[in-house]
Structures are given as C-alpha cells and as structure tokens.
Design a protein around this ligand. Structure first.
Ligand SMILES: [Cu+2]
Length: 270
C-alpha cells in the first residue's frame, strides 16, 4: 500500500513539475523549419525528466523521513542483502528510457537535416571573426545573408582553434573542429537549415575560443530573394589565391593555406 501511495505521489508531483517546466519558452522565438521539431523534442525531454526526477525524489524523501535514526541511537543499521529483481528493474527501465530518447532524437536530427538541393555557403571561423563565401556566385562577405524559405548547406571550417556556430532562432549549433594534419578542413558534415522568418539575427560563437570569444559574432540577415540577389551583387568577388603567395584575404576565405602565425594563435590558448 505504501508503494502504491508513493507511486501516486510521484506521478502527481511529476505531472505538476512537467506542467510548470513547460511554461517558459526555453529556446526563444524560432525562425527555421528545425525550430518546431527541436522545441517538441525539448518538451518531450522535459516531461520525461520531470517524472524521472519525482520517481527518484519521492521515495528518497520518504526514506529519509520514515527511517531516520532516533535521537541518541548510535547502533548500526540492519545488514541488507541485494534484491536481484529490483536491481534488474532499475537497470532495465532507465536503459529503455534513455534508448527511446536517443532514437527519437536521432529521428528528429535525420529529419531536420535532410538536404534537398540546398544553396551552399562556406562559413570560415578564426579568432575572432566569421566570414562567408558563396562559391556558386564567387562572392565573399562579412555578413551571412540568405533568402527566406531557401534551404542552405553551411560548410563550416575553422582556421585555428575550435569554434561553434550558433544561430539560436534557427536551432542550429555545431562545433567547427580542425582536422589534424590539414590546414582547415572541418571534420564535421555540412549543416543544413531552412530559414522561415525574415529579419536580422545574430550568429554567436558558442565555444570558448580565446580572450576575444565574447565579441565573435556576425549578423545573419534573412531576406527576400530580390533583396538577397541585390546584396550579393554588391559583395566582393572571391580572390583567386596567387601561386605560392596567397594574400591574407584569400587565406581567410578560401582556407587553402593556414595563417602564417597559426602556431602562435594556438599556443596562446594553452
Ligand atoms: Cu568563440
């Protein structure tokens, strides 16, 4: 009977916790096709976590109250032998919960990252700035402009330390990791995203990358196809790296050569 009452208490308190925790809009406004599925995923995780939390806390609180030592009682507790059935249960149930959550997350990620003829844009990070190049149009820019409703594939790469690409409204966050032995190739795949709202957003570096990390931001402008085309036409052309002596500008955008002081940049971080 006690177990039944505890279970009921855990379910009621778990429900109350879940309802309260679902009230805040934790992720803020969404502005891409990924926002809906990601926010639903978070809500499901919040509900699961609320019940798990109360299923642990209610019996713990009950045990602390019910079996606390009487004042002046210095004796040892009774020896307790293992309970095989209970141990199997508390191993199997969390395994099922975690595996189910992992499979659900995997399905959501596969879904939001499914590419259908996206517009390729190269994103280059270095301490402490972002730059963007549009290989199909041969343009480079310091702001990221994209047409609304167009799926884009962002090819992320870093010229020095690890950075992380985050546009909160797009629900996209991905580390940029330099592959050992290559100048700038990123070990990760492209990030695919379809912006659904026009406006100006902020690209934030969300991996602590050095003393200038907090300033490592860039404007992201989502606009109509016409505005995007007009803006792109005004941007600089991609410089072709000259044989043997690529200019600093080409380094930052093409990533063909590491900056000459790359070693110095990296040692600063250690
Ligand atoms: Cu950073």
């Amino acid at each position: 009977m006690t177990i039944f009452k505890l279970a009921c208490a855990a379910l009621v308190l778990g429900t109350i916790t879940a309802v309260i925790m679902l009230i805040p809009n934790w992720n803020g406004p969404g502005a891409s096709t990924a926002a809906g599925p990601i926010d639903t995923l978070l809500d499901v995780m919040i509900v699961i976590s609320s019940y798990v939390f109360m299923i642990v806390m209610v019996p713990l609180a009950y045990a602390l109250w019910r079996w606390r030592a009487k004042p002046g009682d210095e004796s040892d507790g009774e020896p307790i032998h293992g309970n095989t059935r209970l141990e199997i249960a508390w191993t199997a149930i969390p395994t099922i919960i975690v595996l189910s959550a992992a499979i659900y997350s995997w399905i959501v990620l596969e879904d939001i990252e499914a590419a259908e003829d996206p517009l390729p844009i190269e994103v280059t990070a270095q301490q402490y700035a972002w730059s963007f190049s549009y290989p199909e149009e041969g343009k480079v820019a310091e702001e990221l402009h994209v047409p609304v409703g167009q799926q884009i594939a962002l090819e992320l790469r870093t010229l020095d330390v690890i950075h992380s690409f985050w546009v909160p409204e797009w629900r996209i966050k991905r580390d940029l990791v330099r592959q050992a032995g290559t100048p700038s190739a990123d070990i990760d795949d492209d990030v695919v995203v379809t912006p659904t709202e026009e406006g100006t957003f902020t690209l934030v570096c969300t991996e602590l990358c050095g003393y200038g990390h907090a300033t490592m931001r860039a404007n992201v402008v989502v606009e109509s196809e016409e505005d995007y085309e007009a803006w792109l036409a005004e941007q600089e052309d991609i410089e072709e790296p000259t044989e043997g002596a690529a200019s600093a500008g080409a380094d930052a955008t093409s990533g063909e050569e590491p900056p000459a002081d790359l070693g110095a940049l990296e040692s600063e971080e250690q």
